[in-house]
Design a protein around this ligand. Structure first.
Ligand code: SF4
Length: 454
């Protein structure tokens, strides 16, 4: 990249799925010879990738656009918020910030690039070869998100994602596997599979048979996970699954976890446990017997770690339904549970449900939920004391002479806990970021573990 390359400032807000959109745009910008930066300084134009999921995120995104306009003046907006309509029926972003140069919805790399070309012409001599084969990643080099589909076929009453992102569109299985291999080859040691509903992968294309490496492979969660596990094994790397719903066919993935092909970790956003609340939420798999299924999963794979998120104080939630949720949490022994007090999202159909609860009741239930969640999680962490675990090192100043921080299979980056690594006792032992170490767990501290590298 030369100093004269036009410079594009880039601000990425939102969830891991938005992050993968950002990575695609940044990769394309670099491929065409643009310089990119995370600041507005000296940028010829700024792209803001927004989030529009909850009202707080909308505000943060609108504020960021305002800030970018004030600091730079030339702003392109993309992402979920770009697809939202405002009160007058027009585009919300344009309504609030009429000076933005262009607005697109999520998953719109080409439209963003078209807008960039219009306002900052392509450099004459693109340094295509400088782009690493795996593209530009915003996450640290040793872990990366792999988006397998866009959109969602469900219509949960508290969610507006389908109205912004549309129905499920699965990426071709060959493309997904090629991207995974390129990521592993570029040094990624942990691949985080993300989508709105990973268990629905391929439903939209009737589980079409694709090809990869000269062999047929079905566009289906089980087949994808098997192949990902094989590629990861060749590189001594991890595969972690997010946003999996408790459908019967997920049972088939558990033997792969028990056999070590993918991490025995499932991120299952249950949101509630009581059948009547799940029905009001219109949750996927709401008719399934979730507790029984989870207990069977634990039998099939005893080391399974389950993370989940829940909503307390959904419209109409009775004290009895809430107690049912707490019982579920205790019996299912959810390893990592997060909880939001229900907060109406503009445009969501749940806003019309009867029985809205006062803010203080929602907040009080959230606090009670978290108290139980923390007891369950602390008991599970305490069981690990004395065990040996494989830890992926995220930080290790001075090659770990003063210790470091890493994560075991039980911790996804950014959302779960960590393993605090003590300085190794052996002088020859070093810790390196992006490499694995074995550690003996010596204590549990809050959400985290403390380990001695061995
Ligand atoms: S499954 Fe429900 S909450 Fe998740 S994206 Fe689809 S509609 Fe929204």
């Amino acid at each position: 990249m030369t100093d004269s390359a036009p410079k594009i400032g880039f601000v990425s807000l939102g969830c891991p799925k938005a992050l993968t959109d950002s990575e695609l745009i940044l990769t394309q910008l670099s491929a065409e010879g643009y310089a990119t930066s995370k600041t507005y300084d000296g940028a010829d134009l700024v792209i803001v990738n927004t989030c529009g999921f909850i009202d707080d995120a909308v505000k943060e995104s609108l504020d960021t656009i305002g800030e970018a306009l004030a600091a730079n003046g030339r702003v392109i907006v993309t992402g979920c918020l770009g697809a939202k309509t405002g009160d007058s029926g027009g585009n919300l972003v344009r309504q609030v910030h009429p000076k933005v140069l262009a607005v697109t919805g999520p998953h719109a790399t080409q439209e963003v690039m078209d807008a960039v070309h219009q306002h900052v012409p392509k450099p004459h001599d693109p340094f295509v070869d400088l782009v690493p084969p795996a593209g530009i990643k915003l996450t640290p080099k040793h872990y990366a998100y792999l988006k397998i589909s866009e959109g969602c076929n469900h219509r949960c009453t508290f969610c507006i994602i389908p109205s912004m992102r549309g129905d499920l569109v699965s990426r071709p299985v060959g493309d997904v596997l090629s991207e995974a291999r390129a990521l592993f080859e570029s040094g990624v040691k942990e691949l985080l599979v993300v989508s709105q509903d990973t268990s629905a992968y391929g439903v939209d294309v009737q589980y079409r048979t694709g090809f990869w490496d000269g062999r047929p492979v079905k566009t289906r969660m089980l087949d994808l996970v098997e192949r990902l596990g094989d590629i990861a094994a060749e590189h001594g790397a991890w595969v972690r699954l997010h946003y999996v719903y408790p459908y019967p066919h997920v049972d088939d993935v558990l033997p792969l976890m028990a056999g070590g092909r993918v991490l025995p970790y499932l991120d299952v956003p249950f949101q509630h446990a009581h059948p009547a609340v799940l029905k009001r939420m219109k949750r996927p798999a709401s008719g399934e017997k979730n507790l029984e299924r989870l207990l069977r999963w634990r039998e099939a794979c005893p080391q399974l770690v389950v993370r989940s998120t829940f909503i307390a104080g959904f419209p109409g939630e009775t004290e009895e339904e809430f107690d049912y949720l707490l019982d579920f949490l205790r019996e299912a022994k959810i390893d990592r549970a997060g909880c939001f007090a229900y907060s109406p999202v503009t445009g969501a159909t749940a806003n019309e449900l009867p029985g809205a609860l006062p803010d203080d009741v929602r907040e009080e239930r959230r606090a009670r939920f978290m108290e139980v969640a923390e007891q369950v999680s602390a008991a599970k962490l305490a069981e690990r004391i004395g065990a040996e675990m494989q830890v992926l090192v995220d930080s290790a100043p001075a090659l770990g002479r003063k210790g470091g921080v890493g994560r075991s299979y039980a911790d996804a980056p950014e959302i779960d806990g960590t393993v605090r690594l003590l300085p190794p006792q052996k002088a020859s032992k070093q810790l390196k970021v992006g490499e694995f170490t074995r550690a003996r767990i010596v204590a549990a501290e809050g959400h985290d573990l403390v380990g001695l590298p061995i």
